[in-house]
Design a protein around this ligand. Structure first.
Ligand code: ZN
Length: 241
């Protein structure tokens, strides 16, 4: 089975189209949440994910857009963008988001937005990764949320390794190891690489591959400005942070 995993689209239609254009039709597309927030095209992005993704889990920005849950924890720009999103998103798309699960389990992997069980926790270091491994039996866990593509590997002897994948790259899954794989962000990368990030997973070959795709950042910035969204949402796109 071949999969493509996308996360943290954040209403960036240009980035999402660039990523989907690179994904072969025979791959099962899975979305790890945060389709909306920050960006100017929440409706088009929800529609496109609904069309292409076989399954999607909820992100914290999706939940906030549905009913304001968690907004108190958001910074000013993120909150203003969610409030803007609530004004423009269609009731039908809100209802669809509201029906999404917090996790998706398959026999060989688990999908969550941030971390297993504590769905919106940020996995930022080895200690966080250990907690994530302890919270589930899943041998392979796919996450997003931090907008930084990387992975943690739990060895049979209990040691945890970590590596970034900011320029793309591969990972061969070794027998006996468990893995926490962050697919990075399609529409709002924060690893100093402005290109859209996504992951291809080949279950038969046991191989994970991170890919990056350039897109028209300027076009998105002009839409953000025209929509009156916070300037920070635009500026950080060009920097990838
Ligand atoms: Zn996000």
């Amino acid at each position: 089975m071949k999969y493509a995993l996308v996360s943290d689209v954040h209403a960036n239609l240009e980035a999402l189209c660039a990523v989907f254009a690179r994904i072969d039709a025979d791959r099962e597309v899975l979305c790890l949440g945060d389709i909306v927030g920050y960006g100017p095209d929440p409706n088009d992005c929800v529609a496109l994910v609904r069309e292409r993704a076989h399954a999607t889990v909820l992100g914290n920005h999706d939940v906030a857009a549905i009913d304001g849950f968690g907004l108190a924890d958001f910074n000013d720009a993120a909150r203003d963008a969610v409030l803007w999103t609530q004004r423009v998103i269609t009731p039908e798309h809100v209802a669809w988001l509201d029906g999404l699960p917090y996790e998706l389990r398959r026999s060989e992997f688990l999908l969550v937005h941030g971390a297993p069980r504590d769905y919106f926790r940020y996995v930022l270091d080895v200690a966080d990764a250990r907690d994530a491994f302890a919270a589930t039996e899943a041998p392979l866990i796919f996450i997003g949320h931090t907008h930084v593509p990387d992975y943690y590997a739990l060895a049979p002897d209990g040691r945890v390794g970590h590596a970034y994948r900011q320029r793309g790259g591969e990972l061969e899954l070794e027998p006996g190891f468990r893995y926490l794989v962050n697919v990075g962000s399609v529409g709002q990368p924060r690893d100093l690489n402005p290109d859209a990030s996504y992951v291809l997973y080949d279950a038969d070959l046991r191989r994970v591959r991170w890919a990056r795709v350039p897109y028209d950042v300027g076009a998105v910035q002009r839409k953000i400005e025209a929509a009156g969204l916070p300037e920070l949402c635009s500026r950080r796109l060009a920097l990838g942070r």
